[in-house]
Design a protein around this ligand. Structure first.
Ligand code: MN
Length: 336
């Protein structure tokens, strides 16, 4: 199926105006953009609607600290879904059944009442009507547009959440998707009073010492291939055990080798508890506009994964060493 808009933001705004009770949700293990989108919409609509934020899966600590005084209900599995029939359900920052498993059946049963807002290039018919713009740097960019359609000016609390989503999905405005529209939205939100330094501290500087211990091990594991243009790092389960490390301790670590001159792509392979390997890939944008770059979505695509051209991932059924070999092999087809 083609994953495109089936409605305008004006039409979604009309659906929202017509509802009294609304549930906002997003993908499992919400990241900054998922969390920011849900919090922004719940906060912005609370004066006029009965709003409910439902978050699926475990919520990483930095995302919990974004919550502030906005109540959020956690849904680990179908049993956690409250007995409640909202007028409308808004699914944000995803449209893929694979990312909303704990609520999939519940959402299917209420399909007519589900609307979606997303900036991903692929997805399913989770929502009966959806607004999709894959050119948007973050879903919160689209939530801001939706609020404009609703003629709601963001409060500082709403602006905080919108900015957090935009900042985290663009690597704090360093990645290729941080375009003119992203900076324009950031400027507008800063003018409302967003304290970006405080947000950075709350979201990015909350690690435990285990994070550094795991980083040290991952950096020590770097294997340079393809004449130093590709760096592959590995972390085994024992690395996590011996450092008291958690999966959340390695967020963003995959980018570390990209600081080296001449490196075009970095990969981080993590041995899963239940066997198998989770591979995360990142690549640099072209040195000049329109120049060559490594399309990591094409690489993980060959391994059953997906993502974006500069950030992608895949789950592999193999050992760490085999995983590194598979990635090396998959690069052949996208060689610069
Ligand atoms: Mn996003």
């Amino acid at each position: 199926m083609t994953y495109e808009s089936t409605a305008t933001l004006e039409e979604l705004a009309t659906r929202i105006r017509a509802a009294k009770t609304i549930v906002c949700t997003s993908h499992e293990k919400p990241d900054g953009d998922a969390m920011g989108s849900v919090l922004a919409l719940v906060r912005a609509l609370s004066p006029s609607h009965e709003m409910h934020a439902w978050l699926m899966g475990s919520v990483p600590p930095p995302m919990q600290s974004m919550q502030g005084g906005t109540p959020c209900h956690n849904i680990a599995g179908p049993d956690d879904i409250p007995v409640f029939e909202p007028d409308l359900v808004i699914v944000l920052d995803t449209g893929a059944w694979s990312q909303i498993k704990p609520m999939a059946e519940w959402l299917r049963d209420r399909h007519d009442r589900v609307i979606g807002v997303d900036h991903h290039a692929s997805g399913d018919d989770v929502a009966s009507v959806r607004y999709v713009d894959a050119s948007a740097a973050s879903c919160t960019m689209l939530v801001l547009e939706l609020l404009d359609a609703l003629q709601i000016e963001p409060s500082i609390e709403v602006a905080d959440a919108l900015f957090a989503g935009l900042a985290t999905d663009t690597g704090w405005f360093r990645q290729a998707n941080a375009d003119a529209a992203a900076f324009a939205a950031a400027a507008r939100l800063l003018a409302i009073g967003v304290e970006k330094d405080r947000l950075y501290r709350v979201i990015e500087e909350t690690a435990r010492p285990s994070r550094l211990a795991l980083h040290a091990r991952a950096l020590a594991s770097v294997e340079w291939i393809r004449d130093g243009r590709v760096a592959i790092m590995r972390l085994a389960q024992k690395d996590f055990d011996e450092t008291d490390g958690r999966r959340s301790d390695v967020t963003g670590l995959v980018n570390a080798p990209l600081v080296v001159d001449g490196v075009e792509m970095a990969a981080l392979l993590i041995e899963e508890k239940d066997g198998g390997v989770k591979a995360s890939l990142r690549s640099k944008p072209p040195a000049e506009p329109g120049g060559p770059f490594m399309d990591v979505r094409a690489i993980t695509g060959q391994l059953g994964g997906g993502g974006h051209v500069h950030a992608s991932g895949a789950k592999l059924s193999c050992t760490l060493a085999e995983g590194a070999a598979k990635i090396d092999h998959a690069i052949d087809s996208v060689e610069l």
